[in-house]
Design a protein around this ligand. Structure first.
Ligand code: SF4
Length: 285
């Protein structure tokens, strides 16, 4: 296999995803989120096309069973700003539709709208990532990504078109964004999302450095929570389990009140899960 690969959660026991394949139309991502977990890939914030990616997908797709679940993308965004110009993601979707694959799209990119016509005619579900509704915070967290309002509108547009849509309310930052939980859940539900998946911010070395630069005072407050009281799991730093339960328990409670299914991602808190899948694959039509 070349560009379609078995989804590999790095042997993490915390991962609750179903078996699936992973496909990243581009290498790297231009949204430049400071918390990004994929920056182990060289020059990650300088997204580039994969040579002959459409032809390579055509070949790979013949090697996997018909009706397989393919997640686009796990370590980049299929709707990087330049996809509007390149259009590789659209061409790939058309191939996957022809081969009757099931596709989960995860994105912050607005021009997923362009592909609604294709997504409507295939087995698809879309997850929009939203970490905050406060523009001043979002501009620092995700400097090149669309605004929170734009992303909520996107959830609405997809839902109105009959596409199953979930939201990755992720990551949630202690102190910085945890107070927004009730509002985010309410707004996301009002926009038409059918599922929410969340996790707490789990920095690695480089993402912590970026966070510290963007939010120095909050980073100072959180240093003890992460690096003295917390624990390191699978190369990421976690706040203590009690704090994770507090934050994600609040999301679960708000989801219950708003009648929206909920799951966590890599948190090992199965009692909070009310959704049939963590990744939204149960939404596939
Ligand atoms: S959108 Fe996802 S892949 Fe792109 S920079 Fe942000 S976190 Fe990383």
């Amino acid at each position: 296999m070349d560009v379609i690969n078995e989804f590999d959660p790095w042997d993490s026991e915390m991962c609750t995803c179903p078996e699936k394949y992973s496909l990243n139309p581009y290498t790297g991502c231009g949204h430049r989120c400071i918390y990004c977990y994929s920056t182990y890939i060289p020059n990650f914030f300088e997204p580039r096309r994969k040579k002959n990616v459409v032809e390579r997908v055509k070949k790979d797709v013949k090697k996997i069973p018909e009706g397989s679940l393919i997640s686009i993308s796990n370590s980049s965004d299929p709707y990087i700003p330049k996809d509007e110009e390149h259009g590789d993601t659209r061409e790939i979707l058309k191939i996957l539709k022809k081969e009757d694959m099931k596709v989960l799209v995860v994105t912050k990119g607005v021009h997923v709208r362009r592909d609604i016509d294709v997504l409507k005619k295939m087995h698809s579900a879309v997850t929009i990532s939203i970490s905050t509704l406060k523009e001043d915070i979002q501009e620092k967290l995700e400097p090149n990504a669309p605004s929170p309002r734009t992303r909520l509108d996107l959830v609405k547009s997809l839902a109105v078109e009959g596409i199953s849509v979930g939201v990755r309310f992720d990551p949630i930052f202690p102190e910085l964004t945890e107070s927004e939980i009730p509002r985010v859940v309410r707004k996301v539900e009002e926009a038409g999302a059918e599922h929410i998946v969340s996790s707490t911010f789990k920095p690695r070395g480089d993402s912590w450095k970026r966070f510290k630069l963007a939010f120095p005072e909050i980073a100072e407050d959180l240093e003890e929570l992460y690096f003295e009281e917390g624990e390191k799991i699978d190369n990421s730093y976690y706040v203590p389990e009690e704090k994770r339960k507090e934050i994600l328990g609040t999301v679960a409670k708000e989801c219950e009140e708003n009648d929206i299914p909920f799951a966590t991602c890599r948190e090992d808190l199965p009692s909070l899960k009310t959704s049939a899948s963590c990744d939204g694959s149960h939404l596939l039509k």
